[in-house]
Design a protein around this ligand. Sequence first.
Ligand SMILES: [Zn+2]
Length: 452
Amino acid sequence: MVLVVVRETLLSALLGTNWPREWLMTSGWCHRSPVLDDDGLAVVWSSVLAASMPGEREMFAIEVDRMFDGERAVSGGALVTVDEMRIVDVAPRGAQPPESCEVTRFEDATLLPGLIDSHVHLCCDSGPGALDRLPEFSKVELAAIIEDALRAHMAAGVTTVRDLGDRGWAVIDWRDRNRSNVALPTVLGSGPPITSPNGHCSNMGGEARGVEQLRQAVVERAERGVDIVKIMASGGLMTPGTDVARPQFSVDELMAVVTEAHARGLRVTAHAHSLDAIKDALAAGIDGVEHCSFMTESGVVVADDVVADLVSTAIPVCPTIGLAPGTVFPAELVELLRKVGMTWDAAARVYGGLHKAGVRLVSGSDGGISPAKRHGILPEAVIHLVEGGVSTVDALATATCIAAESCGVADRKGRVSAGFDADLLVVGDDPLGDITALRNVQAVFVRGTRRV
Ligand SMILES: [Zn+2]
C-alpha cells in the first residue's frame, strides 16, 4: 500500500482533466479515490499490487449448470458472454462461444445477477454505536469507511448498493468521483435523510421543520443529484428520544416533500416503523416504505386496510430483515423489541404474510449500523425472507430485478440479459433449492471485471 499526499493545487493539475483519474480508476491502479481533506490536502491511496491490469477486460464467457436470471430459474444452465462492461449474449450451456473467447466453467454452481442492496449506510463502520459516531469522522476517514463497506458488500455478491443514510454528502460526493470506477459496486444515494429537528438520525445533517424548509430540503437534494429522497416518517430504534410508534411529520408536510420531489423527477421513500407513519406516507403518495414494521403504542398491528393500500399502489417495501450469522442481541435491544411486541422470527413471518398478500418486497440489509447489521449481510436478508415463507425464486427477485426497478436502474441491472451491465454472481450449489447457498460465493464480477 502506497500513501501519497499532495497539495490541492497539484491534485487539480494532476486530476483536473478527466483522463488520468479515469485511467487510474478504470485500470484498477487506484483502489482509493482521491479526496480532499478538511485542511485542503488531498490524499490518494494507491494499491498497485492488488490492482488489475487493463488487459484483463477482454471478451470472455462464463458457463454454469444453473442460472437464476433475475426473474426466474433457467433450466439447463447457460453460457454468458461478456464484452467490456456488458453482457453481450446469453446462450444455453454447451453453446459455441465466440472465436478466441476464453470460457470459464464453474462446476456445480449457479449464476445470478449481482445482488442489489436497496438500503445501506456506507458511512457507518459496522461497529457498536456506528450511527452515533458519524460526526466524529473527517471526509478522508468517511471515504475510507465507504470503500471498506463497499468491499464487504462485494465479497457477499452485492454489485449495486443504495445508500439511504448519508453523513452530510459524503456518499453522494464519493459517487460523483467514482462514476467510472469498476473496482467497487455501483453506488446510488439519497444524501442525508430528511428528518425533524432532533429526530431520527438528525446527526446525518438532514433536519427540516415545516413545509417551506422541507421543500427547500428537496430542492437541495435535487441540485446535488441524489438518486432518491429519503424521509424519516417515524422515529427509529437506534435514536434515543425518538418514538418508533409515532410519526415525525404531518401528512401535509410529507405531501409537500412528495410533490416537490415528483416535480423534479425524484422518488421518495419513507422510513416508517409506525403504523400511523405508514398510513400518512401512503396518504401523501409516497413511492416506497423502509422497515414497514406496523408498530403502535400497543404492539405490532398489521392493519388490513394498510396492507390493501400497499398492494394496490404496488410501491416497494423494504423490510431490512436479516442479521449477521451468530448475532447475540444486546439486552437493551431485546427489551426494546419485546416492548413493541416484535422478535426477528415474528418479523420474518409478518413480511412473508405481506408477500403472500401481494405486497412488492425488496431486500435491503440496513448494513453498517451495528455488528448485527454489518455491511455484506444482504444474503441473510434474502434467507430470512425464505424463512418467513417466501419462495426462493421470489426472495431472490427482491434482491435482483425488483430491487433494480425500485432503485431506478432496471434498464441495466438486476438481470442476466444481453445489453445489461456485466454485474454477475456465481455461488456454489443451488440457492433455488437451498437458499443458504447464497453464502457460498465463488465469483463476483463488477461491470465485466472479476473482483472476487
Ligand atoms: Zn437504515
